[in-house]
Design a protein around this ligand. Structure first.
Ligand code: NAP
Length: 298
């Protein structure tokens, strides 16, 4: 009987891309693919290609028990609801156990705990979910995705427009990774064997300081970008002034503090080892998205 792999939270950008990569593999016929989403209709194109699309909502664990029936291996994609996420995800782990899932793969964050983390509830929800998986009796794999390079396009465009990259990350270093490389790594884990009990830091190829990010922005756009260092509270207030709700601003600024304190200073060969090709460098990613950095796209 073929293995049945499911993706829960499949309707987002990462989930859709992992589904795409799994369906495109030469060995796609060796596994059945179940896509679980609050909005099955938006995954109709995958149903047409042989995936089974089932309704499932992290806010309604019973719906997940039904959606995961017959599933062997589950990719549990962390939700984007930062307030309810710990409850949603630990509930999803319990639902997976009840459904008989054997292996849970979870998209986490490097160094999520147990020590308090500058991003507060964000890291705490990742840690709680990892702990729930460890205690679940299922085999587990953690894909601790580094900061998305993709998210640097928005802040990068602002920095290019202003000529200033405002940051509270100090001289800390981190290895931004593209969402595409995270998807390729997740697909390799779901389709492969031997990943049970592993916590992988999924990172880009180089540890970068904010000065390196500014230099990459300048090189790609031809515009001068200087680094402006601020403290944590100034970073929070700058985000609030830009319209970000304060609770979210504290989480975003928490990432700058986490970089400064070295909590995100890791660079691994996980993408190359698992996905079979080197991860994309931040400057190459910027070059591929130059129009977005110059504010020329919708
Ligand atoms: P995204 O496009 O915003 O997708 C969000 C995901 O959350 C979707 O798959 C969505 O599933 C799911 N979701 C939210 N609430 C849900 C609920 N009540 N029930 C079921 N599913 C729910 O984000 P992405 O780019 O794919 O990234 C995936 C995740 O990585 C994010 O959700 C976030 O936790 C994390 N992330 C990491 C970074 C980083 O820098 N490493 C950056 C941003 C986000 P459906 O719509 O299909 O139900």
């Amino acid at each position: 009987m073929p293995t049945t792999v499911a993706i829960a939270g499949a309707g987002g950008q990462l989930g859709r891309r992992v589904a795409e990569l799994l369906l495109s593999r030469p060995d796609a016929g060796e596994r059945a693919l179940v896509l679980v989403s609050r909005n099955p209709a938006k995954l109709a194109s995958f149903a047409a290609r042989g995936a089974e699309v089932r309704p499932g909502d992290f806010d309604a664990p019973e719906s997940l028990v039904a959606a995961l029936a017959g599933v062997d291996r589950l990719l549990l994609i962390s939700t984007n609801d930062l307030e309810r996420r710990a409850t949603q995800q630990t509930g999803a782990v319990a639902a997976a156990v009840r459904a008989g899932v054997r292996h849970g793969v979870y998209t986490s964050l490097p160094s999520p705990g147990p020590a308090p983390h500058p991003t507060g509830p964000l890291a705490a929800s990742h840690y709680a979910t990892e702990e729930a998986l460890r205690a679940s009796g299922m085999a587990w794999t953690f894909l601790r995705n580094a900061l998305y390079a993709d998210l640097q396009l928005g802040s990068g465009a602002q920095a290019v427009a202003a000529g200033r990259l405002v940051t509270n990350a100090g001289d800390g270093r981190t290895a931004y990774v593209t969402r595409e490389d995270c998807a390729a790594t997740a697909a390799a884990v779901l389709a492969g064997e031997g990943h049970e009990g592993s916590a992988y830091d999924v990172t880009g190829p180089r540890l970068l300081r904010q000065a390196d990010v500014a230099a990459a922005l300048s090189a790609v756009t031809g515009r001068a970008v200087e680094v402006v260092a601020v403290d944590d509270e100034t970073a929070v207030q700058g985000l609030v002034a830009a319209g970000v709700p304060e609770s979210m601003a504290r989480i975003f600024a928490g990432f700058g503090k986490a970089i400064r304190e070295g909590l995100l200073e890791m660079q691994t060969d996980v993408v190359e080892r698992l996905a079979g090709r080197p991860p994309q460098d931040l400057e190459a990613f910027f070059a591929a998205n130059r129009a977005a950095l110059l504010g020329e796209t919708a």
